[in-house]
Each structure stands twice: as C-alpha cells, then as structure tokens.
Write a protein that binds this ligand. Structure first.
Ligand code: NDP
Length: 319
C-alpha cells in the first residue's frame, strides 16, 4: 500500500512513490502504453506525477495531461519543472529569469490541462540570473495561483540554504529538492540531506532503480535486453551508460540474496532502499511498461533491517 508523506515542513502530502515520465512519454513508448502506465500508477495508489517542460520537448507534459484527463484534480499532485529551453534557443528561452519562468509556467499549465501545478520546480540552479529575481518570480507564480508550492532539483546545500532564506523573506517556502539518489548514487547523503533536514526541505529522489540497472536485468557478459533503456536510440541509452560497467553490474547481481531474504525483487529492493531515508518524501520512479509500476510500488511500506542495510553497503562498497 502506497502511503503519503509530508513534503518537507509544508502541509502538502505526496505519495511515497511518484510516477515520472522522462524519456518514456512522447519518446520511448507509444501513448497507449504511457496511458496504461499512468493508470497502473493510479490503481496502485500513486497520486503524485512528475514531468518537465523539457521532456520530449514539451510532448511529455501533453501526454501526461491527456492520461490524467477525467481524474479528480484534488486527488492528484502534479509536478513540473522549468529551466531548459523547449524550442527555439533564443537569449531568453532558458534559465530562471523572471521572463522565462513567467512564460514557461503558462505553457506547462496549458499542456497539462490544469489551472495550477502543485509543485513548480527549478530544474537546475541558474548561475547567470540573480537568485533574488528567480525567487521573486516564483513568489509571484504562487501568488497568481499557478503553482501551490515551489521546489528545486539538484541544488547544492549552499544553493538550498540561500534559496530557502529568500523564499521565507518573500512570504513562501522552498519545500523540496529533486536529486538523483539510489544505492549506486549516494551523493546527497554528504551535505544536501543534512542541510535539508535543518531547513525542512524534503527530497523527491529520481532514478531510484538507477534507470533499470538495479533491477538486475543487465548482466555482465550478456547482450543488452531488447527494448530496454540501454538500447533506446531516442536518447535513453546516453544517460544510462555511466552505470553499465561490468564491475557495477556484477555487484548488483550480488544483491539478489538480500532481496530474496526480504521476499523482494531487486527493483523493489532498490525502491525500498531510498525510502528508508527519512528525508526522502518520495521515490520518483519511471516505467516503460505498466508491469514495472505494479512491481515497483510493492516496495512501499517495506522496512529493511539494519543488518541487511549493512550487507548492501558491504556488497556495493565504493562503486
Ligand atoms: P528509474 O530508476 O525508476 O528507472 C526507470 C526505468 O528503469 C524504466 O523506464 C525501465 O526502463 C527500467 N525499470 C524500472 N523498473 C523496472 C523493473 N521492475 N524491471 C525492469 N526494468 C525496470 O527512474 P528514471 O531514471 O526513469 O527517473 C524517474 C523519474 O525521475 C523521471 O521520469 C523524471 O520524472 C525524474 N527525473 C528527474 C531528473 C531531474 O533532473 N530532476 C532527471 C531524471 C529523472 P526500460 O524498461 O526502458 O529498461
């Protein structure tokens, strides 16, 4: 059963598993499959959906909007992001300037078929725009009712601290960060998580299954599974490459006895693992097939005992 967790120190609750559509909707998978994945997520109790204007050059937002048509809006939390250009790369078509934010939110709302998003996220930090300008624009987006809450993605601890302080001065609160986090990518444990705990910021963590690698389907010495992200010529294969090393894949196979002991598949173990971190509000999963959603949501509510967490650390070492 998928429970809900508070998003940082806000009153907003999101499902502890969020379904996201990067690389899949509008790209790797047909719209029919995309809709089936969204339906599987809804059926499993997922209420939180993540996308971005840049995914499939805006098409992913439209596909998600269509798939959610007819759902009761109040029962959903819809998240999107702004930063990268989605079409012409003119001087103001990227970043976190007031102009780009104000124009981008309107396009996202139209494509998603909604009057507001629950969480509007800065997809990255913009070193070229004064942070004051960005946060003022976000404050105005909230005041206009186009977004209910503001978050960011892959900001450093210092950036989170500065953004959070400004948001408070401007009468709202930066409540979430969306970083990569998995058994194979633990960077946020160093500074981001401790700082976030202090500030009341939660993590919505992406790629908890390391883009499929932690499902154990990539086996050293064997051909890449047909139809997998590693073979996706439309773009997915470039992002997953960093994990496709024989030493990493071999260690993943060594995690099987741990998963077996808990009665889980490897993918479920991977999702359950990120949810053990109390600063994580939600594991943000992707799926190219509804069966993957059905499988992975069963990680919700699983507790991994300390001795098995230690065994996982021992197996993975410093990969
Ligand atoms: P995951 O780590 O969950 O990887 C999802 C992919 O792994 C699936 O599409 C599928 O790929 C494979 N997979 C998942 N479960 C299984 C399974 N049980 N068995 C076999 N294969 C499986 O997350 P993503 O990398 O997709 O990221 C999830 C979301 O996070 C995105 O949709 C997006 O919303 C967000 N995100 C945010 C970023 C940011 O910068 N803020 C960056 C990246 C993602 P396949 O079947 O094709 O092999």
């Amino acid at each position: 059963m998928v429970n809900h967790r508070f998003l940082g120190s806000s009153g907003l609750k999101i499902s502890e598993i969020t379904y996201g559509n990067w690389l899949t909707h509008g790209s790797q998978v047909e719209n029919e499959t995309a809709t089936a994945c969204v339906q599987a997520a809804l059926d499993a109790g997922i209420t939180t959906f993540d996308t971005a204007d840049v995914y499939a050059n805006t098409v992913a937002e439209s596909v998600l909007g269509d798939a959610l048509k007819g759902q009761r809006r109040e029962s959903l939390e819809i998240l999107t992001k702004v930063y990268w250009p989605t079409g012409p790369k003119g001087p103001n078509d990227a970043g976190l300037s007031r102009k780009h934010i104000m124009e981008s939110i309107n396009g996202s709302l139209e494509r998603l078929g909604t009057d507001y998003v629950d969480l509007y996220q800065a997809h990255r930090y913009d070193t070229e725009t004064p942070l004051e300008e960005t946060m003022q624009a976000f404050a105005d987006v909230v005041r206009q009712g186009k977004a209910l809450y503001i978050g960011v993605s892959e900001w450093t601890a210092d950036q989170l601290r500065a953004g959070h302080a400004l948001s408070r001065e401007l009468g709202f609160q930066l409540i979430s960060n969306q970083p990569q986090y998995s058994m194979l990518w633990r960077v946020i444990e160093g500074e981001v998580v401790p700082t976030s705990r202090e500030l009341g910021i939660a993590q919505i963590v992406f790629s908890p299954v390391a883009q499929g690698v932690l499902s154990g389907k990539y086996v050293p010495g064997e051909p890449l599974p047909a139809g997998s992200r590693a073979t996706d010529e439309k773009g997915g294969s470039t992002f997953i490459r960093r994990f496709l090393r024989d030493d990493v894949l071999a260690r993943v196979q060594e995690l099987r006895p741990v998963a077996d002991q808990l009665g889980l598949t490897l993918a479920q173990l991977a999702v359950a693992w990120v949810l053990q971190n109390d600063n994580v509000a939600s594991a943000l999963i992707g799926a190219s097939r509804p069966e993957q959603v059905v499988e992975n949501v069963k990680a919700a509510g699983v507790e991994i005992p300390a001795e098995l967490l230690a065994r996982i650390d021992a197996v993975l070492g410093d990969v």
